[in-house]
Ligand binder design. Structure first.
Ligand SMILES: [Zn+2]
Ligand SMILES: [Zn+2]
Length: 384
């Protein structure tokens, strides 16, 4: 089958304390310390055979994530920017939708023909974190498109426990092609949903939400905030293309943080009440946290989603005097996040299709990754 394979050279930095596990498995816990000189290639590979508890999915659409672009972006000495778990060579891609074509011997939740999407993290169910219900923080986790073969391919094998049926989206989309295109954007939406409702607490209809960064995670999150009844959704985004997408989605309070003073703007738009919810989706935390701490409504929730390299200066006193909470949020696993996002989409209250701005064929999947790295698109998809 055709697939997009990422490879790089395994060359742990001399000051990186590599574990025996990493050395034996060739899985780096921090890719940026180990993998250098990445290379993408569309190539032929064996079609995966599903394990007993897995389902084989024929992929129709797969989205390009910031993590995919950071795996090919390099810094000093050619080391990749991506700083989490990665085994290479691997088929990347983890935001996808498609049709079930085969089920493993013990898989019983799905049958051939079902339309599906999947969570990313394959958890073990037995470690201490899993036994506490925190499957997203499993101590033995693997991830589709990171350490397991992913979805920039004709077929992907997926453990059925992380697969979700999306056929209910037929209520909202005319044909299965549109439906699967929309379903490939469920994963980024679940990141915002999990931050707002899986981690933060006490968010109320009518709250003012401020997004710092309107890339794919910010844009899909803004859609979730609106569907959940935000009083106003405000966004700061330096890219004019991305601001335009936000406008097209119907958001009116979208600003360039370089030319408009964000603190003044939040104060004006919220009538000096401040933001009840701040969502950090830009990664430019040294610039955004000074704004966040000056524009906190009483009992504000700050949801930290982005993967930032640097650390901001934070006035703790400000959090304290506003009775504000800061929530770290990572991933989207479990807690019925997927089915709820799917329900919102089926009800027509959450539509990410306008966020999709470029679509590439699988033969050009490498170009899709490079296009997404330009940071001007809403969402770049690969159509298989
Ligand atoms: Zn992603
Ligand atoms: Zn586990």
């Amino acid at each position: 089958m055709k697939s997009l394979v990422l490879n790089a050279e395994w060359d742990p930095r001399s000051d990186y304390n590599i574990t025996n596990d990493e050395r034996e498995s060739k899985k780096a816990m921090n890719a940026s310390q180990v993998w250098r000189d990445p290379e993408l290639r569309v190539t032929e590979r064996e079609r995966p055979i599903p394990d007993d508890d897995e389902v084989l999915v024929r992929v129709r659409y797969a989205g390009v994530c910031g993590s995919d672009t950071s795996m090919i972006a390099t810094g000093e000495n050619g080391y990749v920017h991506y700083s989490a778990y990665l085994r290479l060579p691997n088929v990347t891609g983890h935001e996808f939708a498609g049709r079930v074509v085969e089920t493993g011997a013990d898989a019983r939740l799905f049958e051939e023909g079902d339309l599906v999407t999947a969570e990313v993290t394959d958890y073990c169910t037995r470690c201490n974190m899993c036994r506490q219900g925190f499957h997203g923080h499993c101590e033995n986790f693997e991830q589709l498109g990171f350490t397991l073969p992913g979805a920039f391919a004709e077929y992907v094998a997926v453990p059925e426990k992380i697969l979700w049926d999306v056929s209910s989206l037929r209520e909202a989309y005319d044909d299965d092609d549109e439906l699967l295109k929309a379903a490939a954007t469920i994963e980024p939406s679940t990141i915002g949903y999990y931050g707002l409702f899986g981690r933060a607490e006490g968010i109320k209809p009518g709250d003012y939400h401020v997004y710092h960064g309107a890339g794919p995670i910010g844009l899909t999150g803004m859609n979730v905030s609106r569907a959940a009844g935000a009083g106003k959704v405000i966004a700061f985004e330096p890219s004019p293309e991305r601001r335009e997408i936000a406008h097209e989605l119907g958001f009116e309070h979208v600003y360039d943080p370089i030319t408009r003073d964000p603190i003044k703007t939040v104060n004006e738009v919220t009538d000096h009440q401040g933001a009840d919810v701040h969502i950090e989706t830009s990664g430019a935390v040294t610039q955004t946290y000074p704004v966040i701490q000056e524009t906190l409504a009483e009992r504000a929730n700050v949801v930290h989603i982005s993967n930032a390299g640097a650390d901001p200066q934070m006035a703790l006193r400000q959090l304290q005097s506003n009775s504000a909470q800061l929530y770290g949020s990572e991933g989207h696993t479990g807690q019925q996040v997927y089915p709820r996002v799917i329900r919102l989409m089926a009800a027509g209250r959450l539509d990410n299709l306008p966020i999709v701005t470029s679509t590439f064929s699988l033969s050009n999947a490498d170009k899709a990754i490079h296009q997404a790295a330009e940071r001007v698109d809403g969402k770049v998809l690969v159509k298989v």
